[in-house]
Design a protein around this ligand. Structure first.
Ligand code: SAH
Length: 221
């Protein structure tokens, strides 16, 4: 089966699973998911599965990327914060549907690879940062949209809620425990936060703090 045929099959699967936003489906069709995978998994790029990307992390399943993107209700004026750059795939999808993406990753090697992919694909409206995404990006706040691609335990991290614009939407997996996670849509209104449970998921956990550089990676000037 050709790459194009595999893409079309995937988009049809997403439609059947309830992704109706044609802008989202169009971007899934145009962003080459194979560019975000380690070479060993290239032939599985258009299967609807999460795949390993190193550092014990995964590139999210296309259906989850599509559904979470759809849930964000994006437009081309939005400034979006993503927590958990990972492979960069979700960030690339966002970048085609909004004005600017700010994305934070705690593993520097993953971030470096994602940055290279954004450059190779000419996605110039994505800005990256190595650090703890739970603290958000205060210098760039407020954000119209926030998407978290790792599961927070318990409640919405406080700093992220504070950095969401009034009228803004956050899409975030929240975990009661490792097996019981759901994606929530949080709307910030003048009165406070409104929560809506969307569907059950399995994400890697959102962990505190940036992973320190191994010593051999630190260059002495
Ligand atoms: N959006 C990614 C999915 C990556 S999986 C993609 O499309 O490929 C979730 C990512 O969140 C992992 O790379 C993990 O390292 C990162 N992560 C977990 N906790 C974090 C934190 N506190 N700050 C920033 N990144 C975090």
């Amino acid at each position: 089966m050709t790459v194009d045929a595999r893409k079309i099959r995937l988009v049809m699967q997403l439609r059947r699973a309830g992704v109706t936003d044609t802008a989202v489906l169009g971007v899934i069709e145009r962003i080459p998911r194979e560019a975000f995978l380690p070479p060993a998994f290239l032939d599985r790029a258009y299967e609807d599965v999460a795949l390993p990307i190193g550092e014990g992390q995964t590139i999210s399943q296309p259906l989850v990327v599509a559904q979470m993107t759809q849930a964000l209700e994006l437009n081309d004026r939005h400034k979006v914060l993503e927590i958990g750059t990972g492979s960069g795939y979700q960030g690339a999808v966002l970048s085609r549907l909004c004005r600017r993406v700010y994305t934070i990753e705690r593993h520097r090697p993953l971030l470096r690879e994602a940055e290279r992919r954004f450059a190779d694909l000419n996605l110039h409206n994505v800005t990256t940062r190595h650090g703890d995404g739970m603290r958000g990006w205060p210098e760039q706040a407020p954000f119209d949209r926030i998407i978290v691609t790792a599961a927070a335990s318990g409640d919405v991290p406080r700093d992220l809620a504070d950095q969401l614009a009034v009228g803004g939407i956050m899409v975030i997996p929240l975990a009661a425990d490792r097996r019981d996670q759901s994606v929530y849509r949080i709307r910030r209104t003048a009165a406070g936060l409104e929560r809506e449970e969307l569907w059950p998921v399995r994400f890697v956990p959102l962990l505190p703090e940036a992973v320190p550089e191994p010593l051999e990676r630190v260059r002495v000037q």
